[in-house]
Design a protein around this ligand. Sequence first.
Ligand code: ADP
Ligand code: MG
Length: 616
Amino acid sequence: MSDIIQLLPDHVANQIAAGEVVQRPASVVKELLENAIDADATAIKLIIKDSGKTLVQVIDNGKGMSPTDARLSFERHATSKIRSADDLFSLNTKGFRGEALASIAAIAHVELKSKQESEELGTLIAIEGSEIKTQEVTVTPTGTSIAVKHLFFNIPARRNFLKSNTVELRHIIDEFHRVALAHPTIAFAMYHNGSELFNLHESNYRQRVVHIFGTKTNEKLVPVEETTEVLKISGFVGKPQFAKKTKSEQFFFVNNRFIKSPYLNHAINAAFDGLVKDGNHPIYFLNLTVDPKSIDINIHPTKTEIKFDDEHTLYAILRSSVKHSLGQFNIAPVLDFDYDTNLDTPYNYKDKGAETPTVEVDRDYNPFREERSSGKQTSSFKKQTPNSWDSLYVGLESKGTRDSQDFSQVEFESEPENASLFGNQLQQDNAQSTYQFQNKYIISTIKSGMLMIDQHRAHQRVLYEGLLKSVTVKEAVSQQLLFPLHLHFTGAELTILKQLQSDLEATGFVFSAIAEGQVEITGLPINVPDSEVSIILEQLISDVEQEVPDSHFSATDLLAKSMAKSLAIKTGQSLSNLEQEHLVNSLFACKEPSVSPTNRATFITITIDEVDRKFM
Ligand code: ADP
Ligand code: MG
């Protein structure tokens, strides 16, 4: 029989390798930024068009390449960074495989311009799908510019597989953050479709973190410094009260390389044990420096996972250093969840100082306001009884932080008249047709038996349909705020918010300004208490990040779902009889009463027959 094994042609091998190295535009961003850093650049520019689908370009002022090197750089296993296998154990560079440029050139149109300091002229090379189209002499500044256009132009399946522009941009920004955080002494700028997203000057680490994540971050940071024989740790953790619902501000760098390590993450969580509420994630930006010999970064093609020789020791050191810092900066003793359960709110209202209202607000918060008020189609405000605002602001008052504020003013402006509709005087309702069970289910009787309604899911359904309606009909009523709220968001979060802005406005939000790092809100939907705004928006952003709608329709749907989830009365909340009845009535006025927005049963029925049978 004849032989059947053949060597794959280079361009095929490169395409296959590209599958591993280049998953999406963000992978190109990572590889190009890392090459620029390896070339000792001090200023790096990233230019993106259409979330990288049309263009990813990186311009650096590094050492550049000779004409021969420029040509060779596109060959597979062509690298200037290692010469022998031994070098793998003392890596000081980001790259070493010599695969990135070859892979990228196999699946895109690439234009490279490069010049070394000592030369007058530089080199221009154009490659399309591994095929050299041009190589010529050109005038270009010292350094390298690589433009990657039409990614996956020859692999339609991969191109179609790319997610929406929002998602791809999100991934790019994530990579940009990681690289920029690991190298504060290098200046970075990023542009998307012609507008500047970041302009980061050479700085120290703290400044870099603050420039990326916003000025409010500064006060959240607690330094962590530790030097031991095996490990040096430097960086910051966030004070426990600023822990987030998402893991978007958790960064580990090992020898200036971003890595993911669930194990080391666990060490941080252990240090925060008891200080952060369940489901919240502490913020951290930590740099670990270890002997390159003690790690193996070769185990993953995109190199975000590494293996340590002695993980257990690292774990112990990390945990105790973080604990120590939290203690030293007097963070731990201040914590008292009984005193202020809103400590986990990551954003402070600028005008009100750090103290936000306590959880008492929730108890007074009436979930049925929206239905009532939208029925009336009015936004008139009326003064409430002193009792209700007393409890509404009890957290602030007890701390004496706002003595000079005129609370009656606040309440006058921001409380809709129907807020006390379910006040105590109305609750002496006698004929009881519903019953609340375990503060979780509402039991109601029907002809054929009985209904058991999940209060949280049922209310989600009611709010969800209401929100969808207001977004589509744009009839929402807004409560005007006397003091505008100022909330802080990262650039990436703002991008998401801007996309949802018109839908949010249709629900009643009024944004007076969305500027760099900050959002000013002057109006809220009638059923949203201002103490909840930052939580709702943060949850929404996190939902969008995770779910990623592609079409406008599903974005609206996601917004309605997310807000309904945040606003719905919770399991464990006790409801007055009137509230129970109102919820039941509203549920059955819905188009689809039987399931929650996430398609789970809102109620079950138990028939008389079933009950009878039990007694047989
Ligand atoms: P690796 O980074 O693993 O060596 P790459 O394919 O990313 O492999 O790059 C191949 C080579 O091209 C590098 O080793 C380097 O010599 C050269 N190179 C790539 N990008 C640049 C740049 N921006 N400036 C100078 N040289 C570069
Ligand atoms: Mg490289």
